[in-house]
Design a protein around this ligand. Structure first.
Ligand code: HEM
Length: 120
């Protein structure tokens, strides 16, 4: 598959993940039924990002450099956030801030290490 296709899936994954995270933060944790759909959207986003991230790495023959490990850890943290959101262990404004900061650092790592951008 063309690396450009993986890149599109990567960005769709981002949109899906952050739509899920935002809806999770906004939903009432005391109502498990209301939590189900955002949790599913969040999970699909994580899966798409992981799939396209490794797809890009394979197609561009990048291997597994340090910045990719850092992105993987960030993805893991964005995944674990569902537990923090459910248990409300962190105040809501901080949850939003955490999601934005983690996403921004991952985006920075993606753009600054991009082979695709360097040659376009
Ligand atoms: C929240 C998580 C993530 C964000 C915000 C993110 C963001 C980005 C961005 C903005 C790009 C630049 C695309 C371009 O070339 O224009 C990118 C590329 C890439 N990402 Fe991610 N990403 C995330 C997670 C991951 C994960 C988990 C992996 C793999 C384990 C990964 C692997 C890659 C690879 C291999 C590229 C291609 C770099 C290149 O063009 O040479 N990303 N990502």
């Amino acid at each position: 598959m063309d690396p450009g296709i993986y890149k599109i899936i990567h960005f769709i994954g981002l949109i899906v993940l952050f739509t899920g995270l935002g809806s999770l933060i906004a939903s009432d944790p005391k109502k498990p039924a209301a939590f189900r759909r955002p949790a599913m959207i969040h999970g699909i986003g994580l899966f798409l990002l992981l799939l396209s991230g490794f797809g890009l790495s394979a197609k561009l023959e990048i291997g597994f450099p340090g910045w990719m490990l850092a992105k993987l850890v960030i993805l893991l943290l964005l995944g674990v956030m569902i537990v923090l959101i459910k248990r409300r262990v962190i105040p809501t404004p901080l949850l939003y801030l955490l999601a934005i900061i983690l996403g921004s650092v991952a985006a920075y790592l993606g753009f600054t290490n991009s082979i695709l951008l360097r040659f376009s």
